[in-house]
Write a protein that binds this ligand. Structure first.
Ligand code: NAG
Length: 225
């Protein structure tokens, strides 16, 4: 399931040189372990279908430098259910990363906001703290790994693990995210459980919540029934 559009913002404010240097650094960092050789690229033809191995390649004579440049890596609008914004440079925003097994995003979380429990089934995620304070973690069937992160901290969320990020500080928080996939996608637990039309008593039976609670959360995440 793609990240919902209200978390998926685009801005066109000018970004500072410093931010671009960060981006280049991230790109270099995650490219280091890539198997692709320097001359082996396939810029996405976004008009064609997506597949597990990526998009088909644009004809080489139509590739331009702008396929390899993403602009607008700036804070998104955090006025939404989660009080958070993800500005993504995934293949659908940045065709040059097609097939390279890398992409990046910028996470801005307003005070009190959060990115609820979710997984990226096909991507490992690195979170690089830039500003503020985020409490993040992931859990397995037998263990919980959670930490309060400050600028200078990096946390890795191994591929497929259920994880979350909460702004636990007194102001806004910003982190850069690097992914081991050009198209990490996201499955948000709340949206899957409550953004549907399954009858609420059935959802209650499968989640061990009360029907009234299920109805309340369904209303928040666009579900019915
Ligand atoms: C941010 O989003 C909210 C809710 O959609 C909207 O009312 C507001 O105008 C937006 N702010 C900016 C700066 O775009």
């Amino acid at each position: 399931m793609p990240i919902p559009h209200y978390l998926h913002t685009k801005s066109i404010h000018p970004s500072s040189k410093m931010k671009m240097i960060h981006v280049l650094f991230l790109f270099a960092l995650v490219s280091f372990t890539s198997h692709a050789s320097v001359n082996d690229f396939c810029v996405a033809d976004l008009k064609g279908p997506d597949s597990p191995s990526g998009y088909q390649c644009k004809p080489p004579n139509t590739v331009t430098v702008d396929d390899f440049v993403f602009s607008g890596f700036v804070a998104g609008n955090t006025t939404n259910t989660f009080n958070a914004a993800l500005t993504s440079a995934f293949v659908t925003d940045f065709p040059g990363v097609n097939g390279l097994g890398v992409s990046v995003a910028r996470l801005d979380i307003a005070k009190g906001g959060s990115i609820p429990m979710h997984t990226h089934p096909a991507a490992t995620e690195l979170l690089i703290m830039v500003e503020g304070q985020i409490t993040a973690g992931f859990m397995t069937p037998t263990a919980l790994y959670t930490k309060t992160l400050k600028p200078g901290d990096i946390m890795v969320f191994p591929q497929g693990q259920l994880h979350f990020q909460v702004n636990s500080g007194n102001g806004k928080a910003t982190a850069f995210l690097a992914f081991s996939s050009a198209n990490p996608g996201a499955q948000l637990l709340d949206l899957l459980l409550f953004g549907n039309t399954l009858p609420s008593d059935l959802v209650a039976q499968t989640t061990f919540l009360d029907v009234a609670q299920v109805k309340k959360v369904k209303a928040r995440f666009g579900g019915r029934g």
